[in-house]
Ligand binder design. Sequence first.
Ligand SMILES: Nc1nc2c(c(=O)[nH]1)N[C@H]1C(S)=C(S)[C@@H](COP(=O)(O)OP(=O)(O)OC[C@H]3O[C@@H](n4cnc5c(=O)[nH]c(N)nc54)[C@H](O)[C@@H]3O)O[C@H]1N2
Ligand SMILES: Nc1nc2c(c(=O)[nH]1)N[C@H]1C(S)=C(S)[C@@H](COP(=O)(O)OP(=O)(O)OC[C@H]3O[C@@H](n4cnc5c(=O)[nH]c(N)nc54)[C@H](O)[C@@H]3O)O[C@H]1N2
Ligand code: SF4
Ligand SMILES: [Mo]
Length: 704
Amino acid sequence: MSDLKTHYRTCNICEAMCGLEIKHQDGNILSIKGDKEDPFSQGHICPKAVALQDFYNDKDRLKTPLKRTTDGWQELSWEQAYDEIATRFRGLQAEHGQDTVGVYLGNPNAHNFGNAIMLPRFFKALGSNNRYSSASADQLPHHVASNYMLGAGMLIPIPDIDHTDFMLIIGANPIVSNGSLMTAPGVGKRLKAIQDRGGNVVVVDPRRTETAKKADQHLFIRPETDALFMLALVHTLFEEQRVDLGHLESIIDGLDQLAEAVKPYSPEAVADACGIDATTIRNLARDMAAAKSAVCYSRMGASTQSFGGLCQWLNNVLNLLTGNFDRRGGAMFPQPAFDLVRDKKGKPSSYGRYQSRVRKLPYFNSEFPVATLADEILTPGEGQIRGMITIAGNPVLSSPGGARLEQAFDSLDFMVSVDIYLNETTRHADIILPATTGLEVPHFDVFFNSFAVRNTAKFSEPLFEKTPEQKHDWEILRDLALHLTGREDDGVTPEMMLDGGLKHGAYGEQGMSLATLKANPHGVDLGPLQPCLQQRLQTEDGLIHIAPQLYLDDLTRLNASGLLEQARNPDYPYAMISRRLTRSHNTWTQNSHRLVKGKNPCTVQMNSADAARLSLEDGQLARVASPTGSIQLPVEINDDMFEGVVSIPQGWGHNRTDTGMTVAESQPGVSINDVTDAQRIDALTGNAAFNGTQVAIQASCFLP
Ligand SMILES: Nc1nc2c(c(=O)[nH]1)N[C@H]1C(S)=C(S)[C@@H](COP(=O)(O)OP(=O)(O)OC[C@H]3O[C@@H](n4cnc5c(=O)[nH]c(N)nc54)[C@H](O)[C@@H]3O)O[C@H]1N2
Ligand SMILES: Nc1nc2c(c(=O)[nH]1)N[C@H]1C(S)=C(S)[C@@H](COP(=O)(O)OP(=O)(O)OC[C@H]3O[C@@H](n4cnc5c(=O)[nH]c(N)nc54)[C@H](O)[C@@H]3O)O[C@H]1N2
Ligand code: SF4
Ligand SMILES: [Mo]
């Protein structure tokens, strides 16, 4: 028996970047705990980190390339797989054009530094513009707002949660999600600290969430009316002359146009639509303006909805107008050691450079919206997608109208998936390329350091060596690129590129390098966020654009939406929203026995008044239907729900046939995205509009 060893690394599951301390011996994990010496997370951890050992040990995890044949899945060598993929993709492209091969990237790409660094090479080799990702089912409106207001889509303002005196949280549940576009391990403690220093936390959400329960004030809001609500806050700031631009005053452009545009949206005009009375809205605007420091933080609830673009613009507007932009305790800008924003100045953004073929949706950040991926596969004509590669994504469960995407994948000439499981998406592939994951992979957060509430940097070595047959995601991407182009390997690795980026980054002159990080396995603290926007701003004129024309134009769409009049479809009278669960992450963690054991969490939560109206009892099976599909799941009566709104978990539905996730199949749940509609988008950004999907509910005729 060898010695007991301790390994330090960063958890790769969600955005919180928790440091872990893992005790192991002879290849067995003895414990996974929070690393108290991690300067950022200081010992915080959630139940999912302990499941990292389950993913490592999972017997269902794929280790060798698989090919679908009439006799089922057969193993093949990496070389055979690469050769076949290159031949098939190039064949399709020769016949139907470069763009005939589509790419879908899922969420774990953002948590895997090898992918983040190697993907551009793969894209270049493939040469297709038909790219899609989970970003357009998530945070795209944040990028579009930063692009138009600040000149760079990745320059995202982050709430300075550790120093603020007033935090307005709209459509986020960080106690469960552990924060998003706000990497902040231990959000609960950080929120409590706001209250302990005399500050206030206000949550605006159609559900009284775990976060709302800890807040000083919770306001129920009708789904998708957030833009109206925020317009009324902005209106009040102007009307009551509470605008104070602070140190950025001289570089903010467009204030007069903004003041004019918000005139119609008084609190009285929007109150009924939002379900929040006018005095409460006015008082909130006053409180935010009067606070020593304040920050408005809007996330998924305000982003994945029909006016997600307007919401994320208005979020920034509120922080600017109260003088809280780029200011301690307000919305600040991290300065990561490996910087994704540097030197973007003057480079035109790709927003609207192309339109998608079928629905004419805008291109942004070199991608089309995932809400139109099925259309591009299923609609014949020049430019149709006939081949597809998914990389670390499960869009059959995660995309709006997932069931239609499933049909679309079935119709492809050739499909490849780079993944760790045989799941609802990868089962449609002709070849699956299995990657290493989690504890076998070196780790550096290329993205989440750009969104973190403190500047830190950390590199983690793999805990376990991969076997000689296994390949890292980045090696698969590199090898595919080499097979597609016929080029020789130049030997460049993600670690080399990371080292270069660190040495040339903001802390390079102070000795930052990969060697520095390797010498500090708990991570390096680079200090609290500092005002730095004037140096980091990327607009060509050096100004902050507070009222870009595309947002002012989109107000016409908001006015015509029927939201102000509270228009409802009588056939589908309930508004459906999604929820996240503490013990699952999107679609892929449900093969851990310790995470899914216990009661079925995949329930439809509804208010008792709604349940009474529908004659539904707690635990009874209900059918939730939209014009695009229906699912059946148990009712959970819960007065934490706003009347007329029902909540269903996202990421479930492991009840499809021919998948290979045996634990997940034992507690499958149903997929909310069998009910969502890919036609429902934020037309401005192309982002999926999951929230507020109109549904009908009735008792199910089947027994549970
Ligand atoms: N209705 C509704 N839908 C939603 C949401 C919602 O709130 N409501 N949320 C949206 C959001 S925010 C997101 S981010 C998307 C997520 O959408 P996706 O990214 O499509 O879904 P994931 O479950 O993250 O898929 C991860 C895939 O990667 C695989 N995987 C895990 N680790 C690795 C690895 O190390 N390497 C490789 N190669 N593969 C790996 C998993 O097996 C799985 O197939 O879902 C969106 N969908
Ligand atoms: N445990 C766990 N953690 C996760 C994930 C997970 O699956 N599980 N996923 C990760 C990912 S990929 C992401 S992007 C982040 C997301 O992190 P968050 O943005 O915090 O995500 P949610 O928990 O979905 O919170 C969205 C909130 O918006 C509310 N909401 C819905 N519709 C509306 C609306 O119209 N208006 C308003 N104001 N609110 C609305 C919902 O009730 C919900 O409370 O979480 C990450 N962390
Ligand atoms: S909060 Fe996120 S990063 Fe932290 S341990 Fe849990 S899953 Fe991992
Ligand atoms: Mo996400």
